[in-house]
Design a protein around this ligand. Structure first.
Ligand code: HEM
Length: 374
């Protein structure tokens, strides 16, 4: 998947150079949405949307409809107030997503699955992983069934165990849509807030840039090289602390539990409020200040791990964390090597945030970019 992401981040970088040469202001939120949509569509759906080059692609317009739900969507509001009631409405056939968007995406995905199963195309993406696994399981099952020795048959079945599970087409589609919903806007918000910090904290931008020059220079940006950028990692962590894209998540109590003075009965929906935890002055002194050094290993060791939860925690934490960080770092490094980010007359300082389940910028993040001389 790295090579797919690499190509998209090159196009992303070219867009910055175009903006710089034309001296046009950029709405980073809009541009980053195209970047993350291209990444997810390419790495998960197996489709090259190229929305960074051409925004008016049918698939893009349908995919965007999954997000343009707004407060007018009554099912969405019910979902946040009462997930059980939302499930009831779901069973009755009501959906929080527009039917035309669901139909178009389903048809497209079915066509892709059919082409892949007939071996007419192959790409290094999520859909291919599902198909390869399916073929492997079928192959293994045929081999086991042909075994005449019953004991050996049983042994093979045990060895293969739970890996035998394959997903049907509906499940593959559902997984792809879940990944799309969970990964598109969150990563785009992280990147928009990151570049806002670059523009408003020029000293920090310079330090990040210097580290990139020192560790990577003009060389190819590899996965290994990205992992060496420790200061960048700290700045991204502080961005996620200051502006956690997911401002809360829920858990259902699996048993009765005494938490300090609170008795939590089994079955209670517990809301974990990430944003307030990330701004608790007892844990994060001067919480509104942007201080990447909070994430030095020695500082991190002093804090309780549950005080920093941008990707949740436990067995149901964010499955796309590595994907998101890799995608963001790749885009960031290529962009910062090419251009410098600056505040402009349209930059809203401080950021104007909407906080409805996912943190968001109310009026975009407008910045200016200037070509770097070297
Ligand atoms: C900066 C980007 C991202 C942030 C901040 C983020 C944050 C989160 C959070 C807070 C949760 C809930 C975790 C919990 O309940 O403990 C979550 C779940 C999830 N995320 Fe992400 N996410 C990001 C990117 C992505 C990407 C790129 C993908 C997919 C490619 C993704 C897929 C998922 C999925 C599938 C879940 C549900 C996991 C489950 O219920 O088992 N996320 N994410």
């Amino acid at each position: 998947m790295y090579s797919l992401m690499n190509e998209i981040s090159d196009t992303y970088c070219e867009r910055f150079l175009e903006y710089a040469d034309k001296q046009e202001l950029i709405d980073m939120k809009a541009l980053n949405s195209l970047f993350t949509l291209d990444n997810i569509a390419s790495c998960l759906f197996g489709v090259e949307t190229n929305s960074l080059q051409n925004e008016n692609v049918t698939l893009i317009n349908y995919l965007k409809k999954f997000f343009n739900r707004g407060l007018s969507n009554i099912i969405l509001i019910i979902y946040f107030i009462s997930p059980q009631l939302a499930m009831y409405f779901g069973k009755k056939g009501y959906s929080m997503f527009p039917k035309d968007a669901v139909d178009y995406t389903t048809n497209l995905l079915n066509q892709i699955l059919a082409r892949r199963r007939q071996h007419l195309e192959r790409r290094n993406d999520f859909i291919q992983m599902m198909i390869d696994h399916e073929e492997e399981v079928n192959h293994e099952e045929n081999r086991t069934n042909q075994q005449t020795d019953k004991k050996e048959q049983q042994q093979q079945q045990q060895q293969w165990g739970t890996l035998r599970k394959t997903l049907n087409d509906k499940e593959i589609l559902s997984q792809a849509v879940v990944f799309l919903l969970a990964g598109y806007e969150t990563t785009s918000i992280l990147m928009s807030c990151f570049f806002y910090i670059m523009a408003t904290e020029p000293v920090i931008q310079e330090k990040v840039y210097e580290e990139i020059r020192q560790e990577i220079g003009d060389d190819e940006v590899t996965h290994e090289k990205l992992n060496q950028l420790q200061y960048l990692d700290m700045v991204i962590s502080e961005t996620l602390r200051r502006y956690p894209p997911g401002i809360r998540f829920d858990r259902i109590a699996a048993c009765d539990y005494q938490l300090g003075d609170y008795q939590i009965p089994k079955g209670t929906i517990v809301n974990v409020s990430v944003y307030p935890i990330h701004h608790d002055p007892d844990v994060w002194p001067d919480p509104e200040k942007f201080i990447p050094e909070r994430f030095l290993p020695s500082e991190k060791a002093k804090r309780h791990p549950m005080t920093y939860l941008p990707f949740g925690d436990g067995p149901r934490n964010c499955i796309g964390m590595r994907f998101a960080l890799l995608e963001a770092k790749l885009g960031i490094v290529k962009a910062l090597r090419a251009v410098e980010f600056q505040k402009c007359e349209k930059t809203a300082v401080p950021l104007q945030l909407g906080k409805f389940e996912i943190i968001n910028t109310k009026i975009g993040v407008w910045l200016r970019v200037v070509r770097r001389s070297q």
